[in-house]
Design a protein around this ligand. Sequence first.
Ligand code: GLY
Length: 374
Amino acid sequence: MQDGIKRTIEVPLDDRSYLIHIGRSIFQEIGAMSAYAGRHVAIVSHPVIWKLYGDQLFQELLKIGIIPVPCLVPAGERHKTWAQIGKLLRTWAEAGLDRGSAAIALGGGVVGDMTGFAASCYMRGIPFVQIPTTLLAQVDSSVGGKTGVDLPEGKNLAGAFYQPELVIADISTLNTLPRRQMRSGLAEVLKYGYIQDVQLASQLTNSGVSLLKSTHREWPEIIARCCQIKSDVVQQDEREGGVRAMLNYGHTLGHSIEALMGLGHMLHGEAIAVGMIYAAILGEQLGYTEQGTHQRIAHDMDLFGFSQSIPALLYDQEIVQQMSRDKKSARGSVKFVFISSVGSVSLPIVTVDSTQMLKAIQTHREIYGESREK
Ligand code: GLY
């Protein structure tokens, strides 16, 4: 049986507050745009998503008297570039979008990040709406206002905090999401359980691989729970001066693996799945994390079919060096988020040195395999 009930979560940020609607077949929520969008609205998407959902959105916009301007961008992280932002802005200018216009991101995290960034600077800022079509974007990147692009020197190195006016997480769009992408999003869902919600973590473990089907009846409730946690964190710390860092649990190693393997080889969730096991091992070694936590996390990763091991292709030292290059690191020491146990983040974040990081990599390799030393 499918849950047809729509959930609505608020992100309360004074005059930048907005709603996240979560449900199945809810594109009609776009009607709210008539309050702030002028005559023209750019819909940024990539060709595959546009073919699947573009017409449906187009028709909803026509119903409220808005003329949609489709702007297709190539799919994939390697196209999240400065050059692509330039092209997008020029397309908007050529189409005659003005200060009263708005933009919609229809797609996954790459489309959302680029549309938000372009909206933040087009004519010094126009409103934008997120319609995320991947699980990862629905529970994470479409909420909280992080927008931007990658530079050759690193991921998300240029960008802006720029909040959307509205988020429409239509779970029906996940029906066409490849299984591997669905699983990648599940890693971020598990992350919310590990940092803030032991019941959510247990619910996910109990439901197991049946969650890889987007039609699973628990999805509306689970996505709403993730968005509520993210909303609470963003409300407390919009610009990541403190507690928002907890959302990066598992990301220090995860981002490094993604970068070293070459963007696009490992999906984001696959890399942070390994990163969350590693952060538990490191936290246990440094006394921040309850002993046995890494086994529990590794068990979940195995259950959902993630690799638990740090890729054999990578040398231990190069991983440590890459983690030290993370944009949140300072002078060779790296800031880590730990959990004290499943469901409970340990704050404040901790500065870790290279010897400690290396030791935990070696332990991770010993337990979960694929060792490679220089
Ligand atoms: N994805 C982490 C954050 O939004 O802060």
